[in-house]
Design a protein around this ligand. Sequence first.
Ligand code: DQQ
Length: 488
Amino acid sequence: MGAPYDPADERTALARGPHRPAYHFAPPTNWLNDPNGLIQFDGTYHLSYQHNPAEPVWGDIHWGHARSEDLLHWTDMPIALEPDAAGVDADGCFSGCAVDDGGVPTLVYTGIDDDRARQCLATGDETLRQWEKPSANPVVETSPPGVDAFDFRDPFVWREGDGWSMVVGAATESDSRVLLYRSSALREWEYRGAVFVDDRPDVMWECPALVALDGRGRGRDRNKNQYLLLGSLLPTRAVRYYVGSYADERFEPRAEGVLDAGDFYAPQPFVDESGRIVLVGWVEEARTEAAQRAAGWSGLMALPRELSLDEDGRLRTTPVDEVRRLRELEYDLPAVGPGDGTVLVDQPRSETVELVAEVSGTGAGTGTEPSSASISVLRSPNGLEETIVRVDPDRGTVTVDRSHSSDDPAVETHEQTAHFEPTADPVTVRCFVDRSVVEVYADGRACLTSRVYPTRADSSGIALSTTGGASVDGGTVWELASVWDDFG
Ligand code: DQQ
């Protein structure tokens, strides 16, 4: 018999891999996809995730589990859920959420058995180490008439009135729907119809979530009956958000957009004990399966983000404040204007930084010549490898150009672009670089998370340049600390 599985040993073994993140959550080893079961319970944050513990590819889906006091430093926990060969989850424990059922931590997830999806529960002890599947499983036995038996998954549950509400993602022959259920005690559920219908054919809403934004934005009255509906859509893999009202068991959107236009999927929100809406999303790989097997791990989580409404009722997405605690050595960024060419930033040389830059456009608005500021990161001294974050305030775009991110010809190189309302004001760009992930926030109004795989040990520099009338008006860079012991 081999030694018992110890996630800490596995982490240490993988820590020195060149693309292993220093301050993003990655699985101890092997495969990770959707975040699941997010909850703050007795002060401690819990993050579960879709996990194949045996291989760095999707399959045999368990729930991995970690806990944290600060949403930054995570301690691995025993696997929370594993498929039961004789159970309704024999072919996988698919995505779901966690709730506090009167002091009993409870997971609600989709059990897969032979292409049939059914909603199930698991209850935990007070340390959330041991989970039991009650005999009441499955608690939703079958999809409603007209809904596919497999495209009926990813329950998201919240307290509403004196009971519980749940949304489940679903597809019919002609549309995709977010189904609503109600329950008094989580064991029996009543189907109440579709809370939202996306009438495009051949779309499947995965991982839906509905959260009240009331009282969490800045303009109090403006936030009355303001809800956020999220969905991860197949086959485009777009992560869409809708802001609107929720009444009489129906959601009515008034605004919509893309939550993150990069390698980002299946995010899950939860409300923490301070009342913040915190969101965690899966950042997929952009390298080959062979490269994932060689690395021994696959997938990571984006930084936890706080969602709120701004004064104008627009969705605002920022990294949680805790992330500032990772800042170590601080350096100034120079101002760079038209005609300055490419300005190399001497310090820091690091693959793990946070960079904040103020970028101004011409103020002339869309329809003008492109005027953008380029922030080059993970840059080799000669610029042969670099990842360029390009921001155009006039047009309201932030682009990650990966055409020279890696000398490895097998990784994905297509450009990714997020959009925000064009603005004459300077845009504050926050850019997190963590070895193989570049996570960009433009004024909290657009997000873009991209995977990149530099091959050179010296691809760790920064350079700035501009086109048209745009300028970088200065900024700051911090080297960021690792959140893992024994980090290479
Ligand atoms: N991932 C899970 C499903 C979900 C999909 C399976 C989204 O529950 O629909 O691993 O990435």
